[in-house]
Design a protein around this ligand. Structure first.
Ligand code: RAT
Ligand code: ZN
Length: 418
């Protein structure tokens, strides 16, 4: 017999869940943020918020300015153009625009003034370390995983010079160039003495393995990661297929690290938009099935960019415990899709997934990304607890807290410890 739940009871459950989810600290498992030791790579402030590539893409839809003319502008001027176009000449209803306003609001600023110079002045009073602590506190984020490229000269300088790690930042080893542009990458590895040629013989394979060893240890990587295009298939006889099978997966097994696959990003659909020019396509999830079946001793973290791939991915995760689904990535990080995807995951996977990652590139963005996602996660969890209550099953606050921890980093940590 199911009971119907009185509206007051539903409201009380909702409030309780909202409080618990807000109080639960997050481990933000995929971002493009950096430990402050990386200096200029560590982005924050109003101008950086405004030139976020999500907003740049939206601005180009409204202005007639040639793409190249935009890129020659100084960052301040670019930010002003985005502000005028998306916030003053139109209502900022898109998720990326709303995000700027949520962020400013959470920092205690009056958004209704629409006063960019005043906003700039407010930010100019901050120093990076204090601002970092403020953002982490307001967003209730306890740890941030960076995306670290061993191929990026700017990053390499900091790793090479050595620095005291800020414990709130963890690292992930990003290896896209190794898999998506092997011939060029082989040349880079050759100049560093890891390989002699691009020919994938035993010598080269063990050289690449040494390269991954060095970097995994240097940055204390929590996982290896790559983003692959929709057309990617595995297994395959190309360099990417062989490198994954012969180097990346054995390396991950030896180090006990998951391999994260972010699938479905179509790079440079419109190259003139630069970072804002990537698109989406459905990926072949047979890839994930093949990996999980053929490499049961490896662990895979997977997120997919296409909405159409989400259900199939969930079903796969029911079949393979070496597969952990995470986040609502990039174009799926919008309220109605987060809600849909989170609901579906809870219904198919229970609490054994990571509900969200911020993908923040600008520190301040963690405020809005987590505020918006927490609201939705709370709403979906509330519905689930109400459904349970209708059967007579009462969920205690401590149990709700345990569940929220799972979704916001706990399930990920356990998966990584396996
Ligand atoms: O969400 C983003 O900012 C994208 O540009 C990408 O960084 C994507 O998340 C990725 O990691 O490839
Ligand atoms: Zn990313």
């Amino acid at each position: 017999m199911t009971t119907s739940i009185a509206p007051e009871r539903r409201l009380a459950i909702g409030q309780q869940v909202e409080e618990i989810v807000a109080r639960t600290p997050v481990y933000d498992i995929h971002t493009h943020l950096f430990d402050p030791a990386f200096g200029e790579l560590c982005l924050w402030g109003i101008d950086e918020l405004l030139v976020y590539h999500y907003l740049v893409a939206e601005t180009f839809r409204q202005v007639r300015l040639p793409y190249e003319a935009f890129w020659t502008l100084e960052k301040r001027r670019q930010a002003e153009l985005v502000w005028e176009t998306l916030f003053l000449n139109s209502s900022p209803v898109s998720e990326a625009c709303r995000g700027v306003l949520t962020t400013l609001n959470l920092l205690g600023l009056e958004v209704k003034q629409r006063d960019l110079p005043a906003l700039r002045q407010w930010f100019s009073r901050w120093q990076a370390p204090d601002f970092l602590s403020r953002c982490l506190a307001v967003a209730n984020v306890e740890a941030i995983c960076m995306t670290n490229s061993p191929f990026d000269p700017a990053e390499r300088r900091t790793w090479a010079s050595g620095f005291a790690r800020d414990e709130r930042f963890t690292a992930a080893l990003r290896i896209d160039p190794l898999l998506v542009s092997w011939p060029e990458t082989a040349r880079t590895l050759a100049t560093e003495g890891y390989v002699e040629s691009a020919e994938l013989g035993e010598m080269t394979l063990s050289g690449v393995r040494r390269f991954l060893d060095t970097w995994t240890k240097r940055i204390q990587a929590q996982y290896l990661m790559v983003s692959l295009p929709p057309a990617f298939v595995f297994p395959n006889d190309g360099a990417d297929g062989r490198l994954i099978e012969r180097v990346v997966l054995p390396h991950c097994r030896d180090h006990g690290l998951p391999f994260a696959l972010m699938l479905g990003a179509k790079r440079a659909v419109n190259p003139a938009l630069r970072l804002a020019g990537d698109g989406v396509g459905q990926c072949h999830l047979q890839v994930v099935e093949n990996l999980c079946v053929q490499f049961p001793d490896n662990q895979f973290l997977v997120t997919v960019l296409s909405r159409e791939n989400q259900h199939e991915l969930c079903v796969l995760a029911r079949k393979f415990r070496n597969l952990h689904v995470f986040g609502c990535w990039w174009f799926t990080n919008i309220p109605h899709l987060i809600e849909d995807i989170t609901r579906m995951r809870l219904e198919l996977l229970g609490l054994s997934f990571t509900a969200q990652h911020s993908d923040a590139r600008v520190l301040d963005q963690i405020l809005y990304k987590w505020q918006h996602s927490r609201q939705i996660i709370s709403r979906v969890l509330t519905d689930k607890y109400v459904d349970l209550a209708a059967t007579g099953w009462e969920t205690a606050p401590a149990e709700m807290q345990r569940d929220a921890r799972e979704l916001l980093g706990g399930a990920f940590r356990r998966f990584c410890r396996r």
